[in-house]
Ligand binder design. Structure first.
Ligand SMILES: C[S@@+](CC[C@H](N)C(=O)[O-])C[C@H]1O[C@@H](n2cnc3c(N)ncnc32)[C@H](O)[C@@H]1O
Length: 430
């Protein structure tokens, strides 16, 4: 830990031995072993968790059998490093981010813990453990170091109350069913009958994974959105040729519920919104008026941005596609799938959906709005804080779509709907 925290720890626990320095360096060198380890590990995101510390963290974790890739935040190797210092039958308890319920690196972490402990228990709280943090935090308790288990225990509680021992009421999740869920513990916070029904329906022949129907990818990245997107009046002022302008969806809030058509585009243009992408792919030579626009102060500023400096020529925005539909990336109630009937393009603020041949957007939209698919979005997506649901392209690929009319009974629909409500409660959507 750092100097400030070391001093604070020494003040709070005057008799304790407090080490100052990099935990991973110390863990790799010490021969001490412990009966118990407890803590609140640092939650440093992979972008900032770098250099020697990350290298050492990954090496320590690998010794324990946990292979983390570069997208791992610091807390996961911290836990593994602490486990490696336990004596036989030792135990550990840590605060963990709720990401343990969905992050890709939760897989190597929990797999490794189950190979080294008799008991691996995750205690989830619906109400925030640390109200000031946007991320939810849960607790992890592992006991019986040196053993192994083929199940994860999960307790879902409304809120945290101090207890003498880990809660007794647990849901036993076999590693097989956890793996089948894509290693997403979050799914098992939901009512059991809802999860059972979801699994049964998801396995029916008329229900397809999104990856079988199409592909959701990210839209283009300009590097300087305000320069590359102009208003109709600006386009006119600069004399930018209309054939070099594409109407763009720049952000999710711009999307109507079902379709972007001529009428919607007409409204954006009539409101003089900055939705015209200056698209210069294959334009050679550049028209004089375009050269003038590129030569403005704003153009020079854009040219200096990281993205523009790293492409040639700097003013050609790459990966501009015309998708069949747009999908909101971060959503309140639910992600919306919006047909692209106006040949628009989109930035990376929304997903660009390309359907495979033989699939029709109207059928896919119909399936998208069913309770089964909405629940699937909740299960496959993940909470972003502030009640939002985020769904990454890899997560969209697993969303289940009932493409053939499956006669869902009234009772089934009620169960699915109550499970969706519960999922939204867990991500704090009011
Ligand atoms: C979430 S804070 C917890 C602080 C304290 N234990 C508590 O619960 O209030 C995580 C702590 O880990 C420390 N830390 C971050 N990276 C570290 C590393 N590589 N080695 C040792 N400590 C580290 C930070 O300085 C911070 O004090």
């Amino acid at each position: 830990m750092d100097r400030t925290h070391t001093l604070r720890a020494r003040m709070r626990a005057p008799g304790a031995l407090v080490h100052e320095g990099d935990f991973f360096l110390w863990a790799s060198q010490t021969s001490e072993r412990f009966d118990a380890a407890a803590g609140n590990p640092p939650f440093i995101r992979y972008q900032s968790f770098s250099g020697e510390t990350r290298g050492r963290a990954q090496a320590e974790a690998a010794k324990f059998g946990a292979r983390f890739n570069g997208l791992c935040s610091s807390w996961a190797p911290f836990l593994v490093g602490a486990a490696g210092l336990l004596r036989s039958a030792g135990a550990m308890a840590f605060v963990v981010p709720a990401e343990i319920g969905h992050a890709t690196y939760a897989k190597p972490l929990l797999e490794a813990l189950c190979k080294h402990f008799d008991r691996v228990h995750v205690i989830a709280f619906r109400e925030k453990l640390f109200p000031a943090l946007s991320e939810d935090c849960w607790l992890l308790h592992c006991a019986g170091f040196g053993g192994r288990t083929d199940e994860i225990l999960l307790t879902a509680l409304e809120e945290f109350h101090p207890l003498e021992a880990p809660p007794e009421s647990v849901r036993r999740i076999s590693l097989a069913s956890w793996r089948k869920s894509g290693c997403r513990l979050r799914k098992f916070l939901l009512p059991e009958r809802g999860v059972r029904l979801y699994d049964a329906l998801a396995g029916m022949p008329g229900v397809r994974r999104f990856s079988e129907v199409g592909h959701a990818g990210i839209g283009y990245v300009t590097g300087a959105n305000d320069f590359f997107h102009v208003r109709p009046t600006e386009a006119q002022f600069w004399g930018l040729p209309p054939q070099l302008l594409r109407v763009a969806v720049r952000k999710g809030e711009q999307l109507p519920k079902r379709r972007v058509d001529k009428e919607v585009v007409g409204r954006w243009l009539a409101n003089d919104e900055a939705v015209l992408l200056v698209h210069l792919r294959g334009v050679d030579p550049l028209p004089a008026r375009v050269r003038e626009y590129l030569d403005t102060d704003a153009g020079h500023e854009a040219k200096d941005t990281y993205k523009c400096r790293n492409r040639n020529p700097w003013y050609v925005v790459p990966d501009v596609k015309t998708p069949h539909a747009f999908l909101s990336y971060m959503s309140g109630l639910a992600p919306t799938l919006v047909a692209n009937e106006a040949g628009c393009v989109c930035t990376n603020s929304v997903h660009a959906v390309q359907l495979s041949p033989n699939f029709d957007i109207t059928d896919v939209q119909r399936a998208w709005e069913t309770p089964l698919c909405q629940l699937s979005c909740e299960i496959e997506g993940h909470p972003l804080g502030g009640g939002m649901l985020k769904i990454e392209p890899g997560e969209v690929a697993n969303v289940r779509l009932p493409l053939q009319q499956t006669p869902a009974s009234r009772a089934d629909t009620t169960i699915l709907e109550e499970t969706i409500t519960e999922a939204r409660r867990w991500r704090h959507y009011a």
